[in-house]
Design a protein. Structure first.
Length: 83
């Protein structure tokens, strides 16, 4: 099995130990689970971003918003910065 050596400061290592204890897990198991969670979170964000781009790139959405009379965006010609 492949391994990864990661260096932590003494303070970071102590914090890791404390949080792992709070979760009732050995530190190695906690770090491995945390890494797996971070990977899953990253992948979910990528999927959500792709879906967001797909939906908001759909011209039918702009037409539906216009047809509904919704106009709550910034006024034309503004830069979007606060005055």
């Amino acid at each position: 099995m492949a391994a990864l050596n990661v260096e932590f400061s003494d303070a970071e290592l102590e914090e890791l130990r404390a949080v792992a204890r709070e979760h009732g897990m050995p530190m190695k198991a906690f770090v491995k689970a945390s890494t797996a969670d971070a990977i899953a979170h990253h992948r979910a964000l990528k999927v959500a971003a792709q879906e967001f781009q797909r939906v908001f790139a759909d011209p039918a959405l702009a037409d539906a918003i216009a047809a509904a009379g919704i106009d709550d965006g910034p006024a034309r010609g503004t830069t979007g910065r606060a005055a």
